[in-house]
Design a protein around this ligand. Structure first.
Ligand code: GLC
Length: 523
């Protein structure tokens, strides 16, 4: 098996709760995913990243795992996972599991034991202190330290109090996790997406230490690589909020043997201050220059490329125009993302140009992060609801609209009209555009491997860049405005995407030519 298959791959993320519901209980499930695999092969993706389906009290939609080696009855059985692996592999698609190694549910037997007694052998699998050793906040509101009545000590929870942080300094913790990962690999999975992996090493003395990147991060990752990943031809992608380009390079440079790539957050942090509930305007130059810095700064590391996932609002609402120019802007966002260097990720519904949920009232929201913030914030009601409509994670957690039917669901449908059924055979659809971009990556080596150069860095409307590889130059030009623009760049190459001439509102174009040494802007 090719070792580095992920360099030319496109990954599709399924968040199983809202993907496809096979038994009509209102919650998506694994048999639902199995029933929709033709959608994935039709798109042409290489791998499926499946968000957590393990047994869980579902406080944080499954990111609070109470058994790493099982399946929550809500989602199905282990047999379903085996069938899913078989169904994917039969279509040449790999399976990447989502693994939450920074914390467990407070119902995980390890924590149940750990909290039972200060002398319990698993006491030091988690962080326990008789007084909070710092004043870290929880990222889901309130304090990161929870007093546990059983022993009168505090434990650490970076997220909800039902998500207790594992103490990775304990080698037994690391061994247990590595063993569990090997168990899944032996079952046939092809890689892992590692939840908040940059937080596994903590500097308790540091007031900002709750953001991770502690002193042993790289040591822990290298050990995990040796113990679980090495030599298996896997793909590993780490979720690394707040990583700098340099930190991302250290984690993804192949010779360091840590991870294959990480999810940077810089581009999804530019439209707000410290928290996403505090928005600031974002200019196109800021956004594209951030991408360019990562393209260049990662060196021998590797980029992951994404707009959407289960934690982010929908890109077409956030960076595009989800009104009049929804189709064109969804396509253009996809064009620029997929033409960068790295491994693109497509989150369910993104390939349709889905927009934010647009929920009207607080009773429509389900996510604990949103509900906690709503409860704690002093802002006026209308402002809070407006901010939820903009930034809540529920915006992208609505059911996948396969067709016009609106079966009962655990969360409402997005206020939206797109469906897979309507787009499947429409050559002008957003879906058809994603298909085209994915095929392009597989067919033209410059898309995956080419050198990157940003053009017109300060232009407020045009996002343009070249990718150059083995004598081939791709020129990508995209109009990020609602007006027709003549970008003043050549359009004489072989047209791969879009049309020649001035760019209409939110239109994008990709052309291929023989590489020239001169700056194409002046060619
Ligand atoms: C990651 C997940 C998010 C979850 C959090 C805690 O950021 O993507 O959904 O809430 O970690 O596990």
């Amino acid at each position: 098996m090719e070792q580095e298959w992920w360099r030319t791959a496109v990954v599709y993320q399924v968040w199983p709760r809202s993907f496809a519901d096979s038994d009509g209980d209102g919650v998506g499930d694994l048999r639902g995913v199995i029933g929709k695999l033709d959608h994935l092969s039709d798109l042409g993706v290489d791998a499926l990243w499946l968000s957590p389906f393990y047994p869980s009290p579902q406080v944080d939609a499954g990111y609070d795992i109470s058994d790493y080696q099982g399946v929550d009855p809500l989602f199905g059985t282990l047999q379903d996972v085996d069938d899913l692996i078989a169904g994917l592999h039969a279509r040449g698609i790999r399976l990447v599991l989502d693994m939450v190694l920074n914390h467990t549910s407070d119902r995980h037997p390890w924590f149940v034991e750990s909290r039972s007694d200060t002398d319990n052998p698993k006491r030091d699998w988690y962080f326990w202190f008789d007084e909070p050793p710092n004043s870290w906040p929880s990222l889901f509101g309130g304090d990161a330290w929870e007093l546990d009545g059983r022993t009168g000590e505090y434990y650490l929870h970076t997220f909800a109090k039902e998500q207790a942080d594992l103490d990775w300094r304990n080698p037994k913790v690391r061994q247990a996790l590595a063993q569990m990962l090997r168990w899944w690999l032996d079952r046939g999975v092809d890689g892992f997406r590692l939840d908040v992996i940059s937080m596994i090493s903590k500097d308790i003395e540091n007031p900002w230490g709750f953001l991770g990147f502690g002193p042993q991060l790289h040591e822990f990752l290298q050990e995990l690589h040796r113990e679980a990943f090495a030599g298996r031809g896997l793909m590993t992608v780490g979720e690394t909020p707040m990583a700098s380009v340099e930190q991302a390079r250290l984690m993804s440079a192949p010779d360091r043997r840590e991870l294959d790539m990480v999810f940077g957050f810089e581009h999804v942090s530019l439209d707000h201050n410290l928290t996403k509930w505090d928005p600031v305007p974002l200019s196109l130059p800021t956004l594209k220059q951030s991408f360019a810095r990562w393209q260049e700064g990662l060196g021998d590391g590797w980029n992951s490329l994404y707009w959407d996932n289960h934690d982010q609002p929908r890109a077409v609402s956030r960076f595009g125009d989800d009104g009049e120019h929804r189709v064109a802007s969804a396509k253009t966002l996809a064009t620029v993302l997929h033409l960068h260097r790295g491994t693109p990720f497509v989150y369910q519904g993104e390939e349709l140009g889905m927009k934010n949920a647009g929920f009207a009232g607080i009773e429509d929201y389900r996510d604990l992060e949103s509900l906690n913030w709503y409860r704690e914030s002093d802002l006026p009601e209308a402002e809070k609801l407006a901010l939820l409509r903009r930034a809540s994670r529920d915006n992208a957690r609505t059911p996948m609209p396969w067709d016009d039917s609106r079966a009962a669901s655990w969360i409402g449908y997005a206020d939206d009209t797109v469906t897979v059924a309507a787009q499947r055979s429409d050559p002008d659809s957003v879906l058809a555009h994603y298909r085209k971009l994915i095929a392009l990556r597989h067919e033209i080596p410059a898309v995956a491997h080419g050198d990157f150069a940003l053009l017109l860095p300060d232009d407020e409307r045009i996002w343009a860049f070249t990718r150059t590889y083995e004598g081939v130059e791709l020129l990508v030009v995209a109009n990020f405005s609602s007006y027709e623009v003549d970008p003043g760049l050549p359009d004489d190459g072989e047209l791969l995407i879009g049309s020649s001439g001035p760019l209409r509102a939110w239109e994008s174009r990709v052309t291929r030519r023989a590489a020239r040494s001169r700056d194409p802007a002046r060619a």
